[in-house]
Design a protein around this ligand. Structure first.
Ligand SMILES: [Cu+2]
Length: 189
């Protein structure tokens, strides 16, 4: 479940803009992701803030850390020039959304047509226009790390997944989910 918090937007735009710039600069550096501090899992009364910045056509950060069962306050920011979305879910969810949104190809310009959640979807979907930011409170499913295919943040606006607009989710103590191509091979388990 999730809810949108439009009231926070004005106060936090400046700090988030600075963060976006900082993250954008960091993304230009070559090498492995920097070690991160231990995560204090968020709770319903004190959600942990998580920034996801969409660009044309990828995300910052390049790996999103989540703790199963924690409640997070997602700040999804679109720093790109076209509409994007952040769908957090396992690979089955990603492929279901890819199929569902393929039906919107050829729609007239304007807001993305309504697409219902695919059956069994327990992730979250946040659609953000260029320059827009949405804040969403969402609880990570407690069994998320059990998904054999791994979890990802992906965009299924038609054509964007093909451009590689997907980054892995990493759960504590684990390694990032394998890239989609290799995820398809590691079905055992
Ligand atoms: Cu996109």
């Amino acid at each position: 479940m999730h809810r949108v918090l439009p009231g926070l937007s004005d106060r936090l735009v400046a700090p988030v803009a600075l963060l976006a710039i900082a993250l954008g600069l960091a993304a230009c550096e070559v090498g492995a992701p920097a070690a991160t501090q231990a995560i204090v899992p968020g709770t319903i009364s004190a959600p942990r803030e998580v920034n996801i910045i969409a660009r044309d056509y990828t995300y910052v950060p390049s790996t999103v850390d989540l703790v199963p069962g924690e409640t997070v306050l997602l700040h999804v920011i679109n720093g790109g020039l076209v509409i994007h979305e952040a769908i957090l879910g396992d690979m089955d969810d990603q492929l279901a959304w890819e199929a569902a949104e393929a039906a919107t190809v050829g729609a007239p310009p304007g807001p993305t047509p309504f697409v219902p959640d695919p059956p069994g979807f327990d992730g979250v979907r946040v659609v953000v226009g260029s320059g827009q930011r949405l804040d969403v409170v969402w609880t990570v499913p407690a069994d998320a790390s059990a998904a054999a295919s791994g979890w990802f943040v992906g965009c299924h606006i038609p054509g964007h997944w093909e451009k590689g607009m997907v980054v892995p989710v990493r759960f504590p103590g684990g390694v990032p989910s394998p890239a989609p191509a290799s995820a398809a091979r590691s079905g055992a388990g």
